[in-house]
Design a protein around this ligand. Structure first.
Ligand SMILES: Cc1cc2nc3c(=O)[nH]c(=O)nc-3n(C[C@H](O)[C@H](O)[C@H](O)COP(=O)(O)O)c2cc1C
Length: 367
């Protein structure tokens, strides 16, 4: 493999020097600065658009385009409009209000809106003609995928098991993001029970490669060049790395969250729906522990997510890691080998070096 060569068709299509996709991360991590830095360094940067209203997606995409001419992606959550009944909201607030009181916040109230309008977000991605669009939490109809194709968008669907990958292929997706159980934050599962969809990256990736015949991007637990080599060996065309980029300088999450990610161990995370109403992997803390004691009161996503938001924002301003949602993958301790506050471009360069060195080591085994 020579310097600058393209290693897979996916990497070639997006002119990537290194087969690494920086995962979209809702919650402040994937700033335009990060996305552009990764794409400029030869990876593929991704903006998390799910929590942003359409106008904000447009301004962030403009900011990315001002910083790079290279391809990048935008990610959305496939969501139906939420219309919770009063009882659901009241029950959820009964569990959340004592935590709000701890931070000096008054009791919570029902909200006018629980999430940005997904259809309006999707229209914005098409209008902006973003190079790559990826989706999680659900499946889009073939009509929507065809319309994106007609407007030049490359479409990636997230799958946590084989049936989801096949469903995305049948809807016309161009590639599959295979999300293993190690991955940080929300599970993308949209068919069947989440407990049955906690398949490790090592088992999931080759099954999706074989079942779909599409380019598969491996996500979950990949933190360095060794992981990238492993992903490619399993048949993936790129590695998707979230947690590795979470603590980068360009990531705008609270320092308290970065510190916990850098000091956690391999056993520090759990998967819970207590914080947002959808199963997600994060570092255990008092917020997770106390909400988990009242699982019967937890509202479904996005209602619970919106109802706990002010509490988490208040904790963020106070740098109080006990009341933040500390999303992180199981591989986080591997990130401690890197300098604190490393820039995203330098991280991509290090991963590229590690990946090339690990590939050479494996090639040497054959002699
Ligand atoms: C803080 C955080 C936020 C995330 N937000 C999103 C998101 O908005 N959309 C999405 O498709 N995936 C999201 N993910 C999941 C990633 O796309 C990816 O599956 C995961 O980061 C890969 O595993 P790793 O964290 O071990 O690298 C998020 C992950 C993290 C850590």
């Amino acid at each position: 493999m020579t310097e600058g060569s393209f290693v897979t068709p996916f990497a070639q299509r997006f002119e990537m020097r290194v087969p690494v996709v920086q995962a979209p991360m809702a919650g402040g991590a994937t700033t335009p600065d990060m996305v552009a830095a990764v794409s400029n360094a030869g990876g593929l940067g991704f903006l998390a658009g799910a929590a942003l209203p359409p106008e904000k997606i447009a301004s962030e995409v403009a900011a990315i385009r001002a910083l790079t001419d290279r391809p990048f992606g935008v990610n959305l959550f496939v969501l139906e409009p939420a219309a919770p009944d009063d009882a659901t909201v009241r029950r959820a607030l009964e569990a959340i209000d004592p935590l709000r009181a701890d931070l000096g916040l008054p009791p919570g109230q029902p909200l006018a809106r629980y999430a940005p309008d997904f259809r309006a977000q999707l229209e914005m991605l098409i209008e902006l003609r973003v190079p790559v669009a990826s989706f999680t939490f659900g499946l889009l109809p073939a009509d929507d995928v065809a319309r994106m194709h007609a407007n030049g968008l490359y479409v990636i669907g997230t799958a946590t098991h084989v049936a989801e990958g096949v469903a995305w292929r049948d809807a016309g997706a161009d590639a599959i993001a295979a999300q293993g159980a190690e991955a940080g934050a929300h599970r993308g599962t949209f068919i069947g029970a989440f407990e049955e969809a906690l398949i490790g990256t090592m088992a999931l990736v080759p099954q999706l490669v074989d079942a779909t015949g599409l380019p598969v991007l491996a996500a979950g637990g990949i933190m360095d060049g060794r992981g990238v080599v492993a992903a490619l060996a399993l048949g993936a065309q790129a590695a998707v790395m979230g947690t590795a980029f979470l603590t980068c300088r360009e990531s705008a999450i609270p320092q308290a969250w970065k510190t916990r990610v850098r000091t956690m161990s391999d056993t520090s995370t759990s998967v819970t729906r207590a914080i947002t109403g959808r199963h997600a992997r994060g570092i255990r803390n008092p917020l997770m522990g106390r909400l988990s004691e009242t699982m019967d009161k937890i509202a479904p996503y996005p209602v619970q997510n919106a109802l706990t938001q002010e509490l988490r924002q208040s904790a963020s301003r106070a740098q109080n890691g006990d009341y933040l949602s500390l999303w992180s993958g199981q591989g986080a301790p591997l990130g401690r080998a890197r300098r604190e506050g490393i820039g995203a471009a330098e991280l991509v360069a290090q991963i590229e070096q590690e990946w090339r060195a690990a590939t050479a080591r494996i090639a040497a085994l054959e002699r």
